[in-house]
Design a binder for this molecule. Sequence first.
Ligand SMILES: [Zn+2]
Ligand SMILES: [Zn+2]
Length: 318
Amino acid sequence: MTMELNILGTASQLPTANRNHGAYLLRWEGENILLDPGEGTQRQCVKGGLSVPAIRTICISHFHGDHCLGLPGIIQRLSLAKITEPVSILYPGEGEDFLKRLLSCSDFHQTLTLKLLPIPPEGMVFHTGKLRIEAIKLKHRIPTFGFRIVQPGGFHFDKEKLAAAGIKGKSVGILQEKGELQTDRGVVSRESVSKPVPDRVFAYVADTAPGKHLKPLMSHADLLLCETTFMENERNLAEAYDHLTTGTAAKAALENKVSFLIATHFSERYRDTRVIEKELREIFPRSYAAEDLTRFSLVLKTKILHVKTIRKSNGQAT
Ligand SMILES: [Zn+2]
Ligand SMILES: [Zn+2]
């Protein structure tokens, strides 16, 4: 079971020669979820060998251009591919006008069934396949949401304990459904013959000021993708524009017990992001400064993170 995060871009407001506007494709449990398609997302997918027609869910944190200008290209590509299943778009409901304009900004043959899901000011929860997407309010200059994507946990029956309790066949199903079972040896609870399986969590923190509002979004995330626009020496700019710094992002990751922090959304002033990674690791050692066209694959069972480049020369989709 692997959670796969593909980094399509890592720039904030201004792209650079090496950094596209941000955009991220999460592939997990058979789902292809696109987060914040900034300008140039379609071409970055081609460069990374990622299939645009496989995308069924798009999450937009807010309507600053670096988080949504790639939406028209993605929608038109999906339409060209004649996708018959609905494509869901989650977006801040207060930015409805921006969404409408992005969806109708040029002429194309619209064949898609779009499921528009405006997020109300207090946030919302959306279920897709085996995953639950929670949109959680952030603090930025315009209505902005982060996304906590959860594979709900549960329990695994322990075969030896079941056998010891004399439970087999249909009785297992009854115990699973009802939570307890009357047997010859007394009442057996589900908890006594099973092991809990924790929720698996991917969290995306888009543009935001630091604060307590990050807790419900980040708490115990297995993989945290987090804006880190500025380094510590630019904290005054971060405060002026409602952004995180290396220090505030790494401290929040530490306090909220995340497993891995992937930093992104870098100011154009930083040519080499290794200095950002170094500063993050002084507080939170399991930090990475993301690079365009890389893939972070987290094996959930072992909590081992693999990082590899996905830049293709022939543009064939995987
Ligand atoms: Zn931004
Ligand atoms: Zn913004």
